[in-house]
Design a protein around this ligand. Structure first.
Ligand code: LLP
Length: 440
């Protein structure tokens, strides 16, 4: 499948530029009391960019589509309260994530509950509330069947299928290999899956998710196509059994990769959508209500973090920057450095871009007590000094949500902004008292 850029159409921005970030940061620094000396690091979200991503997604898919954005990518409650106004739903993967969704005002019909380890009580809660549930295994289906015997419910129930199409370049985020902890593997279970749909008249949805970042779009489409074939086959079978209702909901998951490199154009949502139309056209002919579960595409490029330079250790052949963001925020980058990348821009203490190239290369180290707390090596950078800031790009997804408590560092303040000059603190820097409560 060739990926072509649609001709004549303006491509949506794939990420924020260093100029935009430094401008916003300069303005932010000049606001009274917005950033204080306590704020050794501050996370920023560009709401204009975020809105653009969501509008783009909504404009491409049929109006009836439920875009259930993955809470695990970004659970900030102010962001959830913001996106609810844009007419999207949420994908949740734990009871606390479900709680966040409900507290933010999302109604049952706008929430999709995934997870391979739902307890009986969690299932009962979601069933009573009428929330869409994607069962992850045959055993979970049995539990749901038991609960449904005793409860009337509006829940739509789906089954997650692993189409076993293979893994992408990042093993830890690929879930459609021959062996995966997620879903029911298709190859050896087709008959059993069909039998479940025939047996349970409440099982009328189907779910597939191939992986997150590192899975090429043709692999994602291949997986969806396989599950679509299965859904079509199940529906023919249900017709033969004179079933009153067929599978009417298809959840295509998330997984559209984004670019973490400023000069690499990622596959756009528009390209992904047209490849889906081309290869899975039944998804768009009205027989299935669609659900999507994007996370990274929505958030990753909308967020960045400014991390203050505390010290620079200058050696004969290299320099080490000691900064305030490391494996606490960028867990994956530090533990799997070859799989991930974050562009780094240096600005001075007022937010002005620094230029030129120092004679020695830089190592960028975080504040945590282990040698692997390094977010970049061999970097050519302008001369970096104490009091400068590193702007670390594209940290909007799977960063704060994976925050590590090691060394009990305080979670940074989070600020959202529009037009690079209107700011709102959407999460205060964690206080020492809150941290004490956490460990108590
Ligand atoms: N749906 C399901 C069932 C998922 O498991 C995920 C992500 C998504 C949707 C959203 O995928 P996205 O559109 O964000 O690629 N950095 C994390 C990524 C784990 C992804 C988990 N699942 C990590 O390194 O663990």
């Amino acid at each position: 499948m060739a990926i072509e850029k649609p001709s004549g159409k303006k491509l949506i921005k794939s990420s924020l530029s260093k100029e935009e970030m430094s401008k916003a940061f300069g303005f932010a620094l000049s606001q009274p009391d917005l950033i204080t000396t306590e704020d050794t690091a501050v996370i920023f979200y560009d709401l204009d960019f975020l809105d653009d991503r969501i509008e783009k997604l909504k404009s491409l898919f049929p109006e009836t589509t439920l875009h259930a954005l993955a809470v695990k990518a970004n659970p900030l409650t102010k962001i959830l309260a913001h996106i609810i106004q844009l007419g999207v739903g949420l994908e949740v993967a734990s009871l606390p994530e479900l709680y966040l969704a409900e507290k933010a005002g999302f109604t049952a019909d706008n929430i999709v509950f995934d997870s391979p380890a739902k307890t009986h009580d969690e299932l009962e809660y979601a069933i009573k509330a009428g929330i869409h549930i994607n069962a992850d295994s045959f055993d979970e289906l049995e539990r749901i069947a038991e609960i449904l015997e005793n409860h009337e419910s509006k829940s739509k129930i789906g089954l997650r299928i692993n189409p076993q199409v293979g893994t992408g370049s990042i093993k830890s985020t690929s879930v459609a290999g021959v062996i995966s902890k997620f879903g029911v593997p298709l190859n050896d279970n087709t008959d059993r899956i069909i039998a479940c749909y025939v047996k349970y008249n409440w099982l009328r949805s189907i779910h597939v998710h191939i992986g997150s970042q590192g899975c090429p779009v043709p692999l994602i489409i291949d997986g969806i196509r396989k599950v679509l074939n299965l859904a079509n086959e199940i529906n023919s079978c249900l017709k033969q059994h004179s079933a009153t209702q067929l599978i009417d909901t298809f959840d295509i998951g998330g997984g559209l990769p984004v670019s973490y490199y400023p000069d690499t154009e990622p596959v756009s949502m528009m390209q992904y959508h047209s490849m889906l139309q081309e290869n899975c056209n039944e998804l768009f002919d009205g027989r299935y209500k669609l659900i999507t579960e994007f996370g990274r595409y929505i958030y990753a490029n909308t967020g960045w973090v400014a991390s203050r330079v505390e010290y620079v250790k200058r050696e004969k052949n290299y320099n080490i920057v000691m900064s305030h963001i490391g494996a606490d925020l960028l867990l994956r980058k530090c533990y799997h450095p070859d799989d991930w990348h974050h562009q780094i821009t240096v600005v001075d203490s007022r937010g002005n871009l620094k230029t030129g190239t120092d004679k020695n290369k830089y190592i960028i180290a975080g504040p945590l007590c282990f040698a692997g707390d390094v977010i970049a090596k061999d970097l050519d950078l302008p001369v970096v000094n104490e009091g400068d800031y590193l702007l670390i790009h594209d940290v909007g997804a799977y960063t704060l949500s994976m925050w590590s408590r090691y060394n009990s560092r305080q979670m940074p303040k989070v600020i959202s902004y529009r037009n690079t000059n209107t700011f709102e603190i959407i999460k205060q820097r964690e206080t020492k008292e809150k941290l004490f409560d956490f460990w108590s």
